[in-house]
Design a protein around this ligand. Structure first.
Ligand SMILES: *[C@@H]1O[C@H](CO)[C@@H](O)[C@H](O)[C@H]1NC(C)=O
Ligand SMILES: *[C@@H]1O[C@H](CO)[C@@H](O)[C@H](O)[C@H]1NC(C)=O
Ligand SMILES: *[C@@H]1O[C@H](CO)[C@@H](O)[C@H](O)[C@H]1NC(C)=O
Ligand SMILES: *[C@@H]1O[C@H](CO)[C@@H](O)[C@H](O)[C@H]1NC(C)=O
Length: 308
């Protein structure tokens, strides 16, 4: 019903100057890939990422750019998500997807050793609309873990929150302890979940960053990287990228709000403590501190916001 026909894609491209939000180019897809590599999310967290679409993430109607550094208050409630397929990709009508958000902690964290924090997990979502961007539709979906806004521990660096949309084929089978609603925020290995539950391809993803206070590592810095390093990106608009890095400077120094953030995380940790996940989470935080020195180069707030 909403499959994107090639003819529609061509129409969309020709209208791009007026309506970039519904138009995806190859450059956008390459930019998404580059950002995930630059942020050390690929291959560290996601071994293989060939996006077939862009994921627009909006909090309170405000769309983020990939890698934006945001205040935790701005991301306390679940975002609105839309999906816009790449020019050469159709989306199957009636297909189901899994939406999740995972905290990959600061750059330098060993994702094989430190579990990610599961902040959101919804199985069986669909995509609605006659044309891109398609709206993520939760009718008939199962929310395993309700969206829980970021609350990183103080001094643990700039956490990377990845929102991912996986294809959920007919052989998908939720693990027994993640198959019904109401499972509290906890930690897990994202890659373990994906393989165990037989999720399909990662359709698309996006990420943002939240930091609580000053990192205990001296070298912590979040830098904007000019995606001119992408051959195809040479002629793009850099305006949204600059805006994003300006915003990150502002929100990154907001250390006053640490109390609320810490308590949110602590509450979450104790909620999952009964299953043993809390202990793993504690170990993870220690790992973060050690890893941050390696991650001092920082994460991108790059320049690929045009279609987001
Ligand atoms: C842009 O695309 C959206 C979604 O398809 C549509 O609702 C909107 O009317 C379009 N705006 C313009 C100016 O074409
Ligand atoms: C993490 O595990 C994967 C798969 O076992 C492996 O390919 C990768 O090299 C590991 N990464 C690190 C940093 O050890
Ligand atoms: C979401 O999906 C349901 C079931 O397919 C449909 O009835 C509803 O109109 C959709 N919502 C939107 C906003 O498209
Ligand atoms: C679910 O069970 C697996 C073992 O199959 C365990 O590793 C994991 O921590 C459990 N997750 C939760 C949320 O209890």
């Amino acid at each position: 019903m909403f499959a994107l026909l090639p003819a529609l894609a061509l129409l969309a491209v020709s209208a791009s100057a007026q309506n970039t939000s519904s138009t995806v180019t190859e450059r956008d897809i390459e930019g998404l890939e580059a950002n995930f590599k630059q942020a050390q999310l690929v291959p560290q967290l996601i071994s293989d990422f060939e996006p077939e679409a862009l994921l627009s993430v909006s909090f309170g109607g405000q769309a983020i750019s990939i890698g934006d550094k945001l205040d935790k208050d701005a991301v306390a409630s679940s975002p609105e998500l839309t999906v816009s397929p790449a020019p050469d990709h159709d989306l199957d009508a009636g297909a189901l997807y899994t939406v999740l958000m995972a905290d990959a902690n600061a750059v330098g964290t060993d994702q094989n050793v430190t579990e990610q924090t599961r902040h959101w997990l919804v199985n069986g979502v669909s995509l609605s609309g006659d044309t891109a961007p398609y709206t993520v539709n939760y009718t008939g979906a199962t929310t395993i873990t309700d969206y829980a806004g970021p609350g990183p521990f103080e001094g643990t660096g700039s956490h990377r929150y990845v929102i991912a949309v996986y294809e959920q084929g007919s052989d998908f089978a939720a693990p027994a302890n993640l198959s019904t609603s109401g499972v509290a925020l906890g930690t897990w290995f994202l890659s373990g979940y994906v393989s165990e539950s037989k999720l399909g391809d990662l359709l698309t993803a996006n990420y943002f960053q939240v930091e609580n206070g000053q990192a205990t590592s001296t070298a912590e810095a979040t830098t904007s990287v000019d995606s001119a390093t992408l051959a195809a990106a040479a002629s793009t608009t850099g305006a949204s990228g600059s805006a994003a890095s300006g915003a990150s400077a502002t929100s990154g120094s907001a250390s006053g709000a640490s109390g609320a953030g810490t308590s949110a995380t602590s509450a979450a940790a104790s909620a999952s403590g009964s299953s043993g996940a809390g202990a793993a989470s504690g170990a993870g935080k220690t790992g973060v501190a050690a890893g941050m020195i390696m991650g001092a180069v920082g994460v991108v707030g790059a320049v690929v916001g045009a279609a987001l």
